[in-house]
Design a binder for this molecule. Structure first.
Ligand SMILES: *Cc1c(COP(=O)(O)O)cnc(C)c1O
Length: 496
């Protein structure tokens, strides 16, 4: 399998190079040259297989320049019992009797779904570094809306031949998320808060990638790469859990091989739902892809009207990992909607850069609307969803998953389509304890989020995930903050 850029079809490279580089020099994203098809009959043998076996099957279709050994050892290092609290890796829980199945993707070391990819990516990256005789040290540069940063730090800490630098919006992450990052240990990393929101932070990082700095650093023995979901090595591991979830539903008889199921994804940068799209195109019988947004409902509007307009108010919400107006991975879907027309994608992205908006119509819009349903939940609706989910079904959701649940309910009311549905749960409720307590109408005396963990556990009877216990007693190791303009300087001083 070879890869090409969404903005320059003729720059073609192998999986190792695509993963190592992260983003194409002209700003495009790497995509596989075709989407491999899987026959349902080929999957039969995987019904009884574990997560690792299932992952092996999917990864091999895309990573043709990696040896079987490379893939096996990477998977072993990523999805093991030291890192994941559940032997299923991605377990499915029932929610009431409404044909709704919650896919819990947060049993990894940082209690959010980013671990599913970021436990694996560093191993794929180091193999690529070695096999391609890379002489430079790889510097992972990451912008985070809260969860990617911590997951990338955990994945890359002390990994040979790499360094990692994480920028987070100083006022745009939850207290738990911040605490997780600023207490990060490891000898090859740096964490800095940026004055601005996630979009500013992400743009700052993208600017560094496309600036003169990239070349200058190569001369000094460094090569920049990305752990954001623009990296193909981030997306690929996410395709696996959609297959795995379906195989689990088959195993328990919830669906038959012929039966379709819907998928609901709480969406921000559009990586997670894009992985579901790839799974569907590969042949997994997914019906609708239900795209759930919070108050920053730019994707809802895009799906409903074809207009993508970032000139709108930005909200800081109770689901901060979805507080995004520029969903980078949408570019990969546009590429497919326009039959892989790189000129068209380049044009749309230039429009976005110049005016903050673009629009699609005709066949591309029709295709989009056939694939997806877009909806959103505001903060009150998400809070009510948490409350109802717990009162009615004794299932405790985090604020992001709750957005998905609300949109799913809305979709079902609107369309009467209530086939089996997978609700993707992207974080543990203990990652956002203050908001979750608020939704349950509990007002703790203490302002300290680490106290909220204990209170939440006590009132709900749900256990705190081990990685979140004991955070409050850890030393703060990263106090630096900078302006958007100062990001470049922070990077240079880290590398000196
Ligand atoms: C990152 C994240 C999302 C959004 O996922 P995308 O792939 O960016 O769409 C949703 N929920 C949580 C908890 C996250 O960490």
């Amino acid at each position: 399998m070879l890869y090409e850029s969404t903005r320059e079809k003729n720059s073609i490279l192998g999986a190792m190079e695509a993963i190592k580089q992260g983003i194409s020099p002209e700003g495009g994203l790497f995509v596989p040259q075709y989407i491999p098809k899987v026959e349902i009959s080929d999957l039969a043998s995987l019904v009884r297989a574990d997560y690792m076996e299932r992952a092996k099957f999917i990864l091999k279709l895309y990573l043709s320049d990696y040896s079987d050994d490379d893939i096996n050892s990477s998977l072993l290092a990523a999805y093991n019992q030291d890192s994941f609290q559940s032997s299923d890796i991605a377990p499915i829980k029932e929610m009431g009797t409404s044909n709704l199945h919650v896919l819990e993707l947060w049993h990894g070391p940082t209690a959010a779904f980013k671990d599913m990819a970021l436990q694996l990516l560093p191993h794929l990256m180091t193999k690529a570094i070695r096999k391609t005789n890379e002489q430079n040290e790889i510097v992972i540069l990451t912008a985070t809306s809260g969860d990617t940063g911590k997951a990338a730090l955990e994945g890359f800490k002390d990994v040979e031949g790499t360094r990692i630098m994480v920028f987070y919006p100083a006022e745009g992450v939850s207290e738990m998320q911040k605490l997780q990052m600023i207490t990060q240990e490891g000898g090859n990393l740096k964490v800095v808060g940026v004055e601005g929101n996630f979009d500013d932070t992400q743009s700052g990082v993208k600017d560094i990638f496309s600036s003169h700095l990239d070349k200058q650093l190569t001369g000094k023995g460094y090569r920049l790469s990305s752990a954001n979901s623009i990296n193909w090595g981030r997306l690929l591991p996410q395709i696996v859990y959609y297959f795995s979830a379906w195989l689990d539903l088959l195993k328990t008889g919830v669906v038959t091989e012929e039966q379709e199921f819907n998928v609901v994804v709480p969406t921000g940068n559009f990586g997670n739902i894009l992985a579901a799209y790839y799974a569907k195109e590969m042949g997994l019988p997914i019906g609708k892809l239900i795209c759930a947004s919070n108050d920053n409902s730019i994707l809802t509007d895009f799906i409903n009207t074809g207009v993508y307009d970032t000139n709108r108010r930005f909200y800081n919400t109770t689901s901060p990992s979805m507080d995004i107006l520029i969903s980078s991975n949408l570019e990969r879907l546009l590429y497919e909607l326009y039959d892989r027309d790189d000129k068209k994608v380049l044009e749309l992205m230039q429009e976005l850069a110049a005016s903050g908006k673009y629009s699609i119509d005709g066949e591309a819009l029709e295709r989009l609307q056939l694939l997806m349903y877009g909806g959103f939940a505001d903060m009150d609706q998400a809070g009510l969803a948490i409350n109802e989910g717990f009162e009615k079904y004794e299932y405790l959701m985090d604020t992001h998953t709750a957005v998905g649940w609300h949109v799913c309910e809305e979709y079902r009311k609107e369309t009467a389509d209530d086939i089996p549905t997978i609700l993707v749960s992207t974080a543990s409720p203990f990652k956002f304890p203050a908001y979750v307590l608020g939704a349950l109408n509990i007002r703790p005396d203490s302002d300290d989020e680490t106290d909220h963990l204990d209170i939440l556990s006590k009132v709900t009877g749900v256990e705190i995930p081990p990685p979140l216990k004991g955070l409050s007693s850890k030393a703060v190791l990263h106090k630096a903050e900078c302006s958007i303009k100062g990001m470049e300087q922070e990077l240079l001083s880290f590398l000196e």
